[in-house]
Design a binder for this molecule. Structure first.
Ligand SMILES: Nc1ncnc2c1ncn2[C@@H]1O[C@H](COP(=O)(O)OP(=O)(O)O)[C@@H](O)[C@H]1O
Ligand SMILES: [Mg+2]
Length: 300
């Protein structure tokens, strides 16, 4: 569980951020950054580095470990602090509010600027990374693939897909991104998994979701992680979110992944609303979507 770093931000000084970004730079080359290298990476005097290391360690933004040398690395809180600081400097964010959700591989917070937005910190690679590193404890640092890198790549990917899809597909409007974090429009509505639809709403909502799957396909993407947890339902329609693993339609597995997405959506509706959605030919639905002909379940 990574804690909300926003309250700590106000206590930090410009030089603390220099230290954090110095450690970030060093982590491109080794998991634990040698203390000796920090004055150069962070452009601070050795004395200032000592002082800032204690401040940042007290706030759990960094961790210390003595191997052959005394090394430091960012915690996820430290990486969050760097991204949040950047968003604040760019005036993307004025205030961080409460948690909107904890996903499989993310933490999402409500944030405010001139309107309510959502801040998603990617956490990909975190748990896996720790397991991998345990096995690799004694191997050379050049094998090191940092979780910073994995999480940053996922955020970049998700942001690029949102930019490609918005507004033709109903996805959250992308606002800004930095490091492993993206800022987007805060969605109204409720996760599909938590919605109890009236019987006359079931098919129309299912149709809307599949139409968005088709819109995304026409725009060149397959979501590849479609489920009741990645769709919001509101009065004015549906929104499909959580896109870091999306693949281009030219990808060799795209058609197969589309089939799986369609199956996930239909399977969920069939389990939850067996009377409203009887036997639907899933393959026919996926084919209609790939051909751009899908209009409604009734027409299949
Ligand atoms: N733009 C948003 N507006 C409101 N809530 C959001 C937004 N994005 C994500 N959430 C909430 O955060 C949760 C996790 O986000 P998600 O993108 O699905 O990440 P994960 O990859 O971890 O599943 C979602 O289930 C949802 O409840
Ligand atoms: Mg999700």
């Amino acid at each position: 569980m990574v804690s909300n770093v926003a309250p700590v931000l106000a206590e930090l000084e410009a030089e603390d951020f220099h230290l954090l970004s110095g450690i970030e730079q060093g982590m491109r080359f080794s998991e634990w950054v040698d203390r000796e290298e920090l004055p150069e990476y962070s452009r601070l005097t050795a004395e200032d580095v000592d002082y800032r290391l204690d401040r940042c360690e007290d706030r759990e933004l960094i961790e210390r470990k003595t191997i052959q040398y005394e090394g430091f690395r960012l915690t996820f809180e430290g990486y969050d602090a760097l991204a949040l600081h950047t968003f604040a400097e760019r005036d993307t964010i004025e205030e961080v509010g409460s948690s909107l959700g904890v996903g499989k591989e993310s933490d999402v917070y409500e944030v405010r600027s001139y309107k309510p937005l959502a801040l998603k910190y990617h956490r990909e690679g975190y748990t896996n990374f720790r397991e991998v590193m345990r096995e690799r404890e004694y191997t050379a640092d050049r094998d090191h693939v940092s979780w910073l890198y994995t999480a940053r790549k996922a955020a970049e990917r998700e942001y690029a897909v949102l930019e490609a899809l918005y507004p033709g597909v109903r996805v959250p409007r992308p606002v800004d991104h930095n490091r492993h974090a993206i800022v987007m429009e805060r969605m109204d509505g409720v996760e599909l998994s938590q919605t109890k639809l009236e019987s006359q709403q079931v098919r129309p909502v299912l149709d809307l979701i599949l139409q968005e799957v088709q819109n995304a396909y026409e725009a060149g993407y397959v979501h590849a992680d479609m489920s009741e947890y990645n769709v919001f339902v509101a009065e004015d329609g549906v929104t499909v979110f959580d896109w870091p693993q999306a693949v281009e339609t030219e990808h060799e597995n795209a058609r197969e992944l589309l089939g799986r997405d369609v199956e996930n959506v239909l399977g969920y509706f069939q389990r939850k609303y067996p009377n409203a959605v009887e036997d639907v030919d899933k393959t026919a639905v996926a084919t209609a979507i790939a051909d751009g002909h899908f209009e409604s379940i009734d027409a299949i």
